[in-house]
Every structure is written in C-alpha cells, then in structure tokens.
Ligand binder design. Structure first.
Ligand code: NAD
Length: 537
C-alpha cells in the first residue's frame, strides 16, 4: 500500500487550492458564492463543513427552519405553473444544454466533489459522466415518453380513448452525501423534465456540489425558483418535506427510508425510496479469474466503498477460490491512496468521522468473531484524518455485524461455494436487494444466474457500472433496498399523474330504449368474443 504524498503536504494542500485549476476562484470565495444559492435559512445558525482529506473547513452553509421550508415550497409551487406550461420539448432542451455545460466545466466540479466527499478524481469523474448520461437521456427522450397516448377504446371506432400525463406539482427530493452530482441528476432532472418544480434537500457535507449543478442548470435555461435547494436537519425540515411535497423521492439508509415512508403514507402521496444494500458478487467456476479480480477491485472500492451498489460479499467457486483470492488481495493491496486533486490516487478517503467509526467498528467486530484480515483493516491517519485501507476479509462468521449488515465502506468478505444453486441462495439470503454481480466466460450462463438473483440490478462481468450507466434501464432496489425506480421511462413517469380520458360517440354502453336486455346481453357477448380477436387490443 502506498500513499501518494506525505501527510504534512496533504494537510496543507486544500485551503490554498483554487477550484477549477489556475483560472478558478479560491475555494473559500467560490464556496461562499455557491452557498448564497441556498434557499432560506439566512437568519439561523449556519453549519460549517470540513474537507475529509484534511479536516480543514470548506464553507459555511445556511440552514432552513420549518417556516423557511414551507415558504420555499410556496415559492416553488408558484414557479411550477409557468414551467409546466412550457412544451415538454422546450423543457428537455434545458437538459441537453446542461449536458454540454457539465462536460465543458468539469474541472471545477471535479475539485469540488473531491474536496467535499474525499473521493479520488476518477471517482469524481464517474459523477460527471453520470450527470452527462442522465441529462443526455432525458434531454432526448422526455417529450416522447411524456407524450399523450392513444389506446383502443371499449367500442372500436365509437370510443376514443387516451392517456395524458400531468406533473405531480412540487417534488421533494432528499439526497445523501455519497454521490452528490450523480444522485442529484438522476432524481432532480427527470422531475423537472416532467414539468414539476423541485425542492431538494441535499446533505450538508456535499451541498456545494449539488449547488454547482443547480447554478449550471439555471445557466442552461432553467427558470429561477423552479429548482430550490434548502439545507437543514431532518428533525427540523423533515416534516415540511413530508407535508408540502406532492411526491417524495428519498435516497439514503433503509431506517430513514422506513420512517419517511410511514409519514408519507398518512398523506397518500406517491414516493420512491432508494436505500441500502449488501450487494453480492458470484464468481462462477468458468470465470476469467484475472478479469474478475480486477473487476472486483472497482466493484468494492470505488468511492472507498461508499456507494450504494458497491459489492460487500464475494462468493467464489472452490475450484478457483485460492487463485481469485490471491489475485484480488494483491490488486487491493497495491491500490494507491491519497488526497491530491489530480488522478494520482486510486482511492480517496472516507467522507466523515461517523463513517470511519462505523467501518472500524465493523472490521474489529468481524476480527473478534473469527474473521481473518487478508489485507487492509486499519485507518491511515498518516495520509489524512479519514483514510482507511481497502480491506479484504475471509472466515467471516454469521455472528459478525458485517456478515449481514451494510458496512458502506471499503470492506469486503470472501466466501467459497461448490454448487451454483447454493451461491444463489447465499446471495439472496439478505433483507436487501439492490445490486449484484456475476462473473462467467459464458454470457448466457451469467444472464441465467442473474435472473435468479433478487436484486434490482445485476451486472454480468461488471460490478455495477454496466447497469448504472445504462440510463434507459430502471434502477432501484427489491426488498428492503427500496420502493420504485429511477432512470429510464419509469424514473420519469413516476413524477407524473396519469389521467385517462375517453370520448364516447353513438352507441351507449347500456341497452337503448325498447331493446330487450336479453338481446343486448347476447349481442354484447358476441361482441366481446370478437373484440378479443381484434388486432391491437
Ligand atoms: P441517511 O438515511 O442518514 O440520510 C440520507 C438523507 O436523508 C440525508 O440528506 C439526511 O440529512 C436526510 N434525512 C435524515 N433523516 C431525515 C428525516 N427524518 N427527514 C428528512 N430527511 C432526513 O443516509 P446517509 O448516511 O446519508 O447515506 C448512506 C445510505 O444511503 C446508505 O445506506 C446507502 O446504501 C444509501 N444510498 C442508497 C442509494 C440508492 O440509490 N439505493 C444511493 C446512495 C446511498
């Protein structure tokens, strides 16, 4: 394991940084400029955020009160009417412009994401790529997906039936700290494309990254007020989010998701929940071991494992277990850790002290209950205050907390199996069902195993990126990993209220005056039989 720079340099490196390279503004003034975009909360106690790489302050963020939050919803509601009145093609054009701007201006936000989230630059670039893919997809397809649809009416030629889609109104979106750009894009952009206004509450830790995208969206043509960003504790503004939203979209942990779902149920509004996972990888006996080992490194340690779709359990066929473990451990141990704002490091830092505490506790608990640490298993304060080595465990017993619970850090356990059916059963033996990965030289065999896994997304010969990047595919969790889906047509239509309209002409759907009911029923029965055979029904 190597670090890119000595601790002292790391600790001095953030504060004098400019954001966006030499032409960018100093972080402190750019941070203040972006923080000024936060809606409400100018009069309450602000919160100071700190850079995970160094522990140094980043910026100060205003926090909304309950009254602020409700006023922000009222503003968004007023802005929504004009936005919804614009044609869908005009709304989607804003997303296409946003796509271009994000790619052009990426240097600035790569710095920001690294500073706020502690990611390696490649992990930060994944976020930029994800925003571009989402903006391109909804920028191209929204109007088509939202278009009015004709359907066969009950009586051919006499019933003209159609479906139209109305925006929900104001969508409340709660986002976590781990993918501030990608998750913002995946949840906010389709809500806007559907003609809604959005009130988003990102996590304070990575709020500047979301605010950066907000600034760019307005530059791309989104009218001011249509997307509002407010900040604050769940205990202070959670009630307003639940009570004022016309639809609630939550991404975060399963316990918080359950609490919010209980509250939202009282209002009978729609909601989607994107929650935690304990994602398995199955390495089939015919897998290319070297490729599987390389793929596992990305699948387990991207964003230091602070990724909802990250792999935390690997099931390897006994015939290749030793070979796979050796290759995977060697590649893991060779990962370069560091906090420079360039591409020199392959893995960054954990994002918060809570994260470091949880990861350390999970590994120590597993060790105490019989697990062996094959590599990693320790913090690296010499690199920065929140660095933790990528860690591979074996011999993890069911008593260990991390056997079944999400760690949400750079920690993975390897288990062996002899029968593929057992591997599938083990992979499915979890309350979660977010993502899974299967490795095989035979694509068809991989697909068949994938279809037997109870996970919302399954990647064959990839960890998570194949489904994550295929934005036309619905993405979300089965079981306790969530409700509803983001991305694809579903990720757009969930933000709409379908309305069915049918115009009836001529023949009514009851016998006319003087027509005996038995004759009516007889002719209707014949009609129903004929209808079933009609093409297009
Ligand atoms: P969290 O549940 O603690 O918080 C998520 C967000 O909800 C934060 O913005 C937080 O401030 C807010 N929040 C908390 N309580 C609230 C309340 N009562 N009312 C309103 N808002 C409230 O989760 P976290 O620790 O920030 O994120 C990590 C978790 O998120 C992990 O479990 C991870 O798997 C999950 N996650 C899931 C996905 C997915 O797509 N399925 C994506 C990213 C993260």
């Amino acid at each position: 394991m190597t670090s890119t720079t000595p601790a002292s340099t790391e600790h001095d490196s953030i504060e004098p940084h400019t954001i966006g390279g030499v032409t960018g503004a100093p972080l402190s003034s750019r941070g203040a400029q972006l923080a000024a975009r936060v809606a409400g909360g100018k009069d309450t106690a602000p919160i100071k955020t700190h850079a995970p790489f160094t522990g140094l302050p980043i910026t100060t963020l205003p926090q909304a009160t309950d009254a602020d939050a409700r006023a922000i919803f009222a503003d968004a509601r007023a802005a929504q009417r004009a936005w919804a009145a614009r044609p869908a093609v005009e709304r989607q054009r804003v997303l296409t412009r946003l796509h271009d701007l994000v790619l052009e201006r990426q240097a600035e936000v790569l710095d920001l994401v690294q500073v706020e989230a502690g990611k390696s630059r490649m992990d930060a670039f994944d976020e930029v790529g994800s925003v571009a893919l989402v903006a391109a997809y909804y920028g191209k397809h929204s109007a088509k997906i939202l278009a009015d649809r004709r359907h066969p009416g009950v009586l051919p030629m006499l019933t003209r039936a159609g479906e139209i889609r109305h925006p929900k109104g104001v969508v409340g979106i709660i986002s976590p700290w781990n993918y501030p750009l990608a998750l913002t894009a995946m949840d906010v952009l389709p809500a806007l494309a559907a003609g809604n206004a959005v009130v988003q509450k990102p996590d304070n830790q990575t709020a500047l990254s979301a605010l950066w995208l907000h600034e760019l969206a307005e530059e791309a043509g989104l009218p001011a007020g249509t997307w509002q960003i407010m900040l604050g504790r769940g205990s202070t503004i959670g009630a307003a989010l639940v009570e004022e939203s016309d639809y609630l979209c939550f991404t975060g942990s399963t316990p918080t998701g359950k609490t919010l779902a209980g509250q939202v149920a009282q209002r009978l509004i729609g909601y989607s929940l994107e929650l935690g996972g304990k994602n398995p990888m199955i390495v089939l006996p015919d897998a290319d071991v070297a490729k599987a080992a390389t793929g596992a490194v990305t699948a387990c340690f991207s964003s230091a494992g602070q990724l909802c779709v990250s792999v935390e359990r690997i099931y390897v066929h006994e015939t290749i277990r030793e070979e796979f473990t050796k290759a995977f451990v060697a590649k893991t141990a060779a990962l370069r850790l560091g906090g420079a704002l360039d591409y020199s490091a392959q893995m960054g830092s954990l994002t918060s002290a809570d994260q470091l505490e949880n990861v350390t506790a999970h590994v120590e608990d597993a060790r105490a209950k019989g697990a062996t640490v094959l590599t990693g298993g320790r913090a690296r304060p010499d690199i920065g205050p929140l660095f933790y080595e990528p860690t591979v465990l074996t011999g993890v017993t069911p008593e260990a907390a991390l056997f079944a619970e999400e760690t949400f850090g750079p920690v993975v356990s390897i288990y062996g199996y002899t029968d593929v059916t057992d591997a599938i059963a083990l992979a499915n033996d979890t309350p979660f069902g977010l993502n899974a990965s299967v490795w095989s030289r035979n694509g068809r065999a991989g697909w068949e195993v994938a279809a037997r896994l109870k996970a919302g997304t399954v990647n064959v010969n990839e960890g998570y990126a194949a489904t994550f990047g295929s934005v036309a595919l619905p993405m979300g969790g089965m079981k306790e990993s969530g409700v509803g889906r983001r991305n694809g047509a579903e990720g757009l239509l969930k933000y709409t209220e379908p309305q069915s309209i049918a115009v009836q002409r001529g023949l009514k759907l009851r016998p006319g005056r003087g027509v005996p009911p038995t004759l009516w029923v007889k002719s209707m029965t014949a009609g129903l039989k004929a209808l079933r055979r009609l093409p297009g029904r």
